[in-house]
Design a protein around this ligand. Structure first.
Ligand SMILES: *[C@@H]1O[C@H](CO)[C@@H](O)[C@H](O)[C@H]1NC(C)=O
Ligand SMILES: *[C@@H]1O[C@H](CO)[C@@H](O)[C@H](O)[C@H]1NC(C)=O
Ligand SMILES: *[C@@H]1O[C@H](CO)[C@@H](O)[C@H](O)[C@H]1NC(C)=O
Length: 621
């Protein structure tokens, strides 16, 4: 608690005029400071007082029982492909892992006031979208930001409500947080308007959101909901070999059934591997080993199969889960369909307190091949030195002899900067921290290159053969641009360049949209916390102002159709996914928050930016 004491000698001794004047100044100062303090209090106050939260529990004891369970108790649903014995959750002493965050020094008052002003601007932007959601789309999955109405996209349980819950807490929006908890207590996970649901999306957005908000607030009803939903999602593992399904059919999962369900013969890598953190955290909190067992089996398969793929070490975009075959697909990416499964290797390692070395092995062997075959330096005009800049492309390969790089980058792939940097800290690998910084620089460059200041969803560049020397070659560039243009233009480079509508250095922009995605600011945030370099805050602010300028609607923020079109009257699309509030604005907010707010030494964030509490090493445990 704040306490300002006026030194005794100013109050007790006979006062001169000078001293009197000083007392007036001091009083004014105290008044102003107190005023400012109370104004800014909700922002600085990460954790609400425990008393308040106890009172809440007492007030609403009735949210337990029926409401928490919903119309169907998933704990009673059948599970046919019974598991003989569970792989046990590691319960030993967490390891002492290397510190992730930079040791920040005390900031100056001018640094602080700038940072705070920016933080408030982010919070206001969040509040605008949230208030519209509350008025026009309450308990719906999404708000339509142009027509200002709600609609359902992810099971109809209120995806935005659950996904944004921990952001409310982190931003200190208490009243809104408890209103949301009350609405969440009434969500009925017992049924859905959709016949089947995406196991992946439901896990990362809803289960991740509930577990994280529980980790932050200890609000019991959130855990009850997480268990109900976790029990439903656990039925996705009720397959011939207990590997998870891509989609779970809700009603059939409640009934006994005659025949065995086989796991998918074609499922993307992300669909199988990015349930791990959520199920590990659910197992840790409930101490129920079956949730850990479910994902530990997936990990064991990845471990067995890692050197059987066409590029041993890497995992292909698609796999046959039924035959446990990861060798048929020839395409490899860190973008859509694969991203978060890689992301979860180092993060699960941290979440388990370093007690499961297989996650380090999976990361190490994959990272070596990503570094070797997928990372490249783009060829840039001489005016743009690019030695500190890397891009992560896709590769196609029959075998190790026929690896072909496709120098295409997705916004989704921008998470790799933070991925390498975080893993570099956890596994004490400075080279990987350096790769992380350069990859983040690649995304910052792509933002700055566009007329709107926002990176497109998918773009292409020309890859250099070498990372150390990369001179501009106009002939090569023109060939590449002509190859990408839809018409040959009779070899007229200028015409092809114009058709593609690209800034110099880019060879194509396959998808010009910006979907309010978080991955670039995610890496900027991680790199800021890891290196302490202030320029990341400047980059973050540039990104934030560009995004707000071009995506704002009267009610919230919408996806942008064309980031190369600087016309300010370009109307955003009528679509705002829940990750805008769950991830994008949370990362912006955290970049401008004191670095101990969601410290990466205490928390590890799932792929939807939901922080889970990391186990703490102590001398005694
Ligand atoms: C999911 O439901 C849709 C209809 O809502 C159906 O067309 C599709 O086949 C279902 N998929 C699975 C895997 O059950
Ligand atoms: C993969 O590695 C395991 C041990 O790590 C080894 O036994 C196996 O032969 C390897 N398989 C291939 C195809 O290289
Ligand atoms: C520039 O690129 C062209 C076409 O790819 C190639 O033939 C030429 O050798 C390159 N020039 C230099 C100096 O590398």
């Amino acid at each position: 608690m704040l306490s300002i004491k006026v030194p005794r000698r100013f109050v007790q001794q006979p006062t001169s005029r000078r001293q009197k004047r000083f007392r007036v100044y001091a009083a004014v100062f105290v008044a102003l400071f107190t005023f400012y303090y109370f104004l800014s209090k909700p922002i600085d106050n990460l954790a609400f007082s425990f008393d308040r939260h106890e009172a809440y529990m007492n007030d609403r004891a009735n949210v337990d029982g029926f409401i928490a369970k919903g119309s169907y108790d998933w704990r009673k649903a059948p599970f046919h492909n019974t598991i003989e014995s569970y792989i046990p959750l590691p319960t030993g002493k967490p390891q002492k892992l290397p510190p992730v965050q930079f040791r920040f020094l005390e900031e100056t008052s001018s640094q602080k006031s700038l940072r705070e002003r920016r933080r408030v601007a982010v919070r206001n932007e969040f509040k605008r979208s949230w208030d519209s959601y509350k008025i026009a789309a309450w308990t719906k999955d999404e708000l339509k930001p142009v027509s200002n109405q709600g609609y359902d996209t992810f099971g109809g349980w209120g995806a935005t409500l659950v996904d944004a819950l921990d952001t409310l807490w982190i931003m200190g929006l208490k009243k809104e947080f408890y209103e949301a908890v009350e609405a969440i207590a009434r969500i009925d996970f017992g049924k859905s308007d959709d016949a089947n649901i995406s196991v992946f999306e439901t896990t990362i957005r809803y289960l991740g959101g509930l577990l994280s908000a529980y980790d932050l607030s200890h609000e019991k009803v959130l855990l009850d909901k997480a268990i109900q939903l976790g029990e439903m999602l656990y039925r996705a593992f009720d397959t011939s070999n207990n590997l998870p399904l891509d989609r779970l059919a809700i009603e059939p999962a409640k009934k006994p059934r005659g025949q065995v369900i086989f796991s998918d013969s074609s499922i993307c890598f992300a669909g199988v591997g990015s349930l791990t953190m959520e199920f590990v955290r659910l197992a840790q909190i409930t101490q129920n080993p079956k949730y850990y067992d479910a994902v530990a089996r997936v990990t064991a398969l990845f471990d067995r199969a890692q050197n059987t793929t066409r590029i041993p070490g890497l995992f292909p975009t698609w796999m046959n889960a039924y035959q446990e075959d990861l060798s048929y697909d020839r395409s490899f990416t860190l973008g859509a369909m694969a991203d978060s499964s890689y992301e979860y290797f180092p993060k699960t390692f941290a979440l388990l307190g370093g007690q499961e070395p297989v996650y380090e092995k999976l990361y190490r062997d994959a990272a070596a091949m990503i570094d070797k075959h997928m990372l490249f330096r783009p060829m840039l005009p001489d005016s743009e030195p690019g030695e500190d800049l890397l891009i992560c492309g896709d590769v196609h390969a029959n075998d190790l002899e026929s690896i072909k790089l496709d120098p295409e980058m997705q916004h989704l792939t921008c998470f790799v900067g933070g991925f390498f940097a975080l893993a570099g800290r956890l596994f004490k690998n400075e080279h990987h921290v350096d790769l992380g910084a350069k990859l983040t620089e690649g995304c910052i460059w792509a933002y700055k290159s566009m007329p709107t200041g926002i990176m497109p969803e998918i773009f292409d560049v020309v890859a250099c053969d070498s990372r150390s020397s990369c001179p501009w070659n106009q002939t090569k560039y023109e060939e590449e641009v002509l190859r990408r243009a839809s018409s040959k233009h009779d070899g007229d480079f200028e015409a092809a360049f114009k058709e593609l509508g690209i800034p110099k250095g880019f060879s194509a922009i396959r998808d010009k949209r910006y979907l309010l995605r978080p991955e670039a600011i995610e890496s900027v945030f991680v790199l800021y916390r890891i290196t302490g370099h202030e320029e990341y805050q400047e980059h973050a602010w540039d990104m934030f102002t560009s995004i707000v300028k071009h995506t704002s609607t009267p009610f919230a923020n919408g996806q942008l159709l064309d980031v190369t079109d600087q016309l300010e009257d370009q109307e955003p699309e009528d679509k705002m996914e829940s990750f805008w509030l769950a991830e994008t604005l949370k990362y912006f907010y955290l970049v401008f928050s004191p670095p101990d707010m969601i410290s990466l030494d205490d928390w590890v964030l799932n792929t939807e930016a939901h922080p889970f509490r990391r186990p703490k090493w102590t001398r005694s445990n």
